[in-house]
Design a binder for this molecule. Structure first.
Ligand code: C2O
Ligand code: CU
Ligand code: CU
Length: 425
């Protein structure tokens, strides 16, 4: 369709029994009894109306990760839908918003649990003049699962709260090591929907053709040998090549976890079967991003950790600008439509992915140990990883009034207060 339309759906969050291990029952929480939840697709210009029904025993919200929706429709922690309640989310997708998004709960303190029990779904916004529209698509949602021996999903332990929760299985579309078949060249969309697992993606023996980031296509496709997707990040790839079978890997990535942890290992996520020789014929230019705007204001956001001893127990605090999240507190204010230069600083010894609601940003450069590196290409991002003591400069423009959260996308860190909020006036 090419006329603006209303895309309507109902998503119901509810607990139910699934058979993840043959013969055993696992209680999962999911949208419409499916993991991942239903894919919602819309075109730029469409109006989206989602009825959310909360059949959980906890309050919840639906947050449209990365999408430029009004603040009061974005599932803020302040707008929780009580257990047993429901509400309508309604927004119109502006031109330029085509991209690979997802939705997940955002009730303060319970986001980690609601996501690791299965609540997350996919959202794709398409452009009407999409230069890659002719390519068949595959969607790879990578998520994490931990099951106890009785097949139940265990609560977070101390290590999970420190380092972020990782499961024992990294799943692709809910499956372990599936076989993915590629005939003609394909467009892949890949989501890192894990709470904390980093994915250093590689196709063994082949190159990756990167065509898009969180917020849609790059200006030009880029050939890379690997791609790090931190929790919350997405990418678009063009997948083509000679016939044969290869492995899609998540290579070991050291994100400087705390405490005694097992060494990182390579994980085989899937096997890719190229059933024929294929080639990616791509236009020289995938997209033209608007020129960079000179910023009119500056802000600084610092992630830090404090280790403290309480009653003989080590405990960590995860902070933004020295403070733990407070739903009632406005940490920063921005003016609607102003382009701002934000410096994001990771003043800690472990990786943290920075994420902000309501808009995409562009990373200009990163600085590590006094060395500044310009971004390798222009890209629209809403989540960006910072290595220990690394900083990044981003250009950002908020296009809706209201309150927006920014936080570490390791959901356990976010839940413990590594989050702030900016009021757009
Ligand atoms: Cu993906 Cu504030 O979240
Ligand atoms: Cu978000
Ligand atoms: Cu973090």
């Amino acid at each position: 369709s090419s006329k603006p339309a209303v895309v309507a759906a109902t998503i119901t969050a509810e607990p139910y029994e699934a058979e993840l291990i043959p013969g055993k029952k696992t209680v999962v929480w999911a949208y419409n009894r499916s993991i991942p939840g239903p894919l919602i697709e819309a075109f730029e210009g469409d109006t989206v109306e989602i009825r959310f029904v909360n059949k959980l025993t906890q309050a919840s919200t639906v947050h449209w990760h990365g999408m430029p929706v009004p603040a009061d429709q974005d599932g803020n922690p302040q707008d929780a839908v009580p257990a047993g309640g429901e509400r309508l989310y309604r927004f119109t997708l502006p031109v330029g918003s085509a991209g690979t998004y997802w939705y997940h709960p955002h009730p303060h303190g319970d986001t980690s649990e609601q996501v690791y029990r299965g609540l997350a779904g996919l959202f794709i916004v398409r452009a009407k003049n999409d230069v890659l529209a002719h390519l068949p698509e595959q969607h790879l949602v990578i998520s994490d699962l931990r099951l106890a021996s009785d097949a139940s999903i265990p609560d977070n332990n101390m290590n999970d709260w420190m380092n972020g929760r990782e499961g024992q299985f990294a799943l692709v579309n809910g499956q372990r090591e599936p076989v993915i078949t590629v005939g003609e060249a394909q467009r892949w969309r890949i989501w890192n929907a894990c709470s904390a697992r980093y994915l250093r993606l590689a196709i063994l023996g082949r190159k990756i053709i990167l065509a898009g980031s969180d917020g849609g296509l790059l200006e030009r496709a880029q050939e890379v040998s690997e791609l790090l997707l931190a929790p919350g990040e997405r990418a678009e790839w063009i997948v083509a090549g000679p016939a044969g079978a290869v492995s899609l890997m998540a290579l070991a990535y050291d994100r400087s976890k705390m405490g005694k942890v097992a060494p990182e290992q390579d994980i085989r996520l899937a096997s890719i079967q190229f059933s024929q020789d294929s080639a990616a014929k791509l236009p020289e230019r995938l997209r033209t991003l608007p020129p960079r705007i000179k910023p009119v204001a500056k802000k600084r956001v610092v992630f830090s950790e404090i280790m403290s001893m309480e009653g003989g127990q080590h405990s960590m605090q995860f902070l933004v600008n020295g403070k733990s999240y407070d739903m009632q507190r406005v940490d920063l204010t921005s003016r609607l439509g102003d382009t701002e230069l934000w410096e994001i600083v990771n003043d800690s010894h472990m990786d943290h992915p920075f994420h902000i609601h309501g808009t995409q940003f562009e990373v200009l450069d990163t600085t590590l140990k006094g060395k500044t590196t310009p971004a390798p290409w222009r890209a629209q991002k809403d989540t960006f990883n910072l290595k220990p003591y690394q900083s990044a400069r981003i250009l950002i423009t908020q296009k809706h009034l209201g309150l927006r959260m920014y936080h570490c996308h390791i959901l356990e860190h976010e839940g413990q207060g590594m989050m702030g909020q900016v009021l757009v006036k």
